[in-house]
Design a protein around this ligand. Structure first.
Ligand code: CTP
Length: 399
């Protein structure tokens, strides 16, 4: 997620500095180049040796190191973003007032790159009006402030003030500092997950879609600048990025209702949900009884086909992508669905391919479009598959 990005990780004196080691590891794992700066007091909380080893870069602490002046101006120009994590109460006050008494402060005051801070302090400090004023000053200076967490604090008390977790900080950086803008202005609607069809108040018909592919698609389009609405059936997971609008639905009817509301003002539709084809005709209002173990028959009636609705109602500027999950004759069924549902593109994933479909982190797809082009792909992670689909849609919309 951070391939090729240059990050200045600035660590101030706080117990939360132990988390910065994990943060540094995650940044490096995601492909970033990281330069660490410590305040002199941060050295009491975290070892420069560990940070140097993980970052593969000399850690900078003083305004001069080994009789050499540290060029704080160039540090801020080199970086794509300066992340101060943790930001102590003391360093926050210095940033707000412009007190330039160490390398970290000098770098902040001369930084031309965006600055993100992750405060860490005890709840009583966090709530103090002076701290609130200082945070307000930073905000006025376009510094982004990562919300603090709630939980056990260094004092042993519980409350607000914990530094955000490394995984949250990573997601925050990607979302707020490194989103592309290629699809800016495009509104994308994605259906994902299963739908469930009730039989009675406690039972329902469902399928095993996990929502992973749809969520990966939502994140991929969002990170490329699109405005994304994810219409999501009941699943245990959700997108990582706050900016993705999620509409939670249960039944195919609910999914359709939301889809029909957002369709007119949207541009791209990716129908990834495993929508139940049928619903129970006579929904029972009370729990069904066993009926002495005798066989029972449920009468099912068809649900609306949301993809077909999109295909029939699309306007010239709108682009519709369907999925076909097949167990046999994949190509034939996919082409049939492309035509019968009037989609612009259909993504085939065949359960004949090992590692593809429900319950896997990977998928193997073939894309068919209206112009009779066929794009086969290798088995990849669902995240990479989502990027392939996004690229295909992007190119089609350009042509
Ligand atoms: N789909 C939909 N609404 C439905 C059924 C399916 O929007 N009521 C969409 C799916 O999201 C997918 C595509 O249609 O993009 C194909 O779904 P699939 O379940 O593979 O095919 P069906 O049309 O349901 O046909 P069949 O079950 O006979 O294969």
């Amino acid at each position: 997620m951070l391939q090729g990005k240059k990050i200045l990780l600035a660590i101030t004196g706080s117990i939360a500095a132990y988390k910065s080691i994990f943060l540094l590891r995650s940044l490096i794992k995601e492909g970033a180049t990281v330069q660490v700066i410590l305040t002199p007091s941060a050295v009491n909380f975290v070892s420069p040796l560990v940070l140097e080893t993980l970052s593969k870069n000399k850690v900078l602490i003083g305004l001069s190191n080994d009789h050499e002046w540290s060029n704080h101006v160039m540090l801020g120009r080199w970086a794509d973003v300066m992340l101060v994590a943790p930001l102590s109460c003391n360093s926050l006050a210095k940033m707000a007032m412009g007190i330039c008494d160490n390398l970290l402060m000098a770098t902040y005051l001369s930084a031309t790159c965006p600055v993100v801070v992750a405060p860490a302090m005890d709840e009583d400090m966090w709530k103090h009006p002076t701290v609130k004023n200082n945070l307000h000053i930073l905000q006025q200076h376009s510094v982004r402030i990562v919300p603090v967490g709630h939980g056990e604090l260094a004092s042993g008390l519980y409350g607000d003030g914990r530094m955000a977790e490394p995984a949250e900080l990573l997601v925050y950086l990607v979302e707020h500092c490194f989103r592309n803008n290629r699809l800016q202005g495009k509104r994308v609607v994605i259906t994902a997950g299963p739908t469930i069809e009730p039989i009675d108040p406690v039972r329902f018909i469902a399928n095993s879609s996990s929502g992973t592919m749809g969520i990966a698609l939502a994140e991929s389009f969002y990170l490329d600048g699109a405005t994304v609405e994810l219409i999501l059936g009941p699943v245990a997971i959700k997108p990582q990025f706050q900016g993705i609008t999620v509409s939670h639905v249960r039944t195919a009817d609910d999914m359709f209702t939301r889809f029909a509301q957002v369709m007119p003002q949207s541009d791209i539709f990716i129908m990834c949900a495993a929508v139940a084809d049928y619903k129970v005709e006579n929904l029972m209002t009370q729990k069904m009884k066993k009926n002495d173990g005798k066989a029972i028959t449920l009468s099912l009636i068809p649900n609306i086909d949301i993809l077909s609705y999109a295909g029939q109602h699309k306007q010239a500027h709108q682009f519709v992508v369907g999925f076909a999950l097949e167990t046999n004759n994949g190509k034939d069924y996919a082409l049939k669905k492309l035509a019968s549902k009037n989609a612009d593109m259909i993504v085939l994933n065949s359960l004949e391919d090992k590692g593809a479909g429900f319950g896997y982190g990977s998928n193997k797809i073939t894309i068919f479009d209206k112009q009779h082009n066929v794009y086969p792909f290798e088995l990849k992670s669902k995240k990479e598959v989502a990027n392939d689909i996004r690229e295909c849609v992007f190119k089609k919309m350009q042509s």
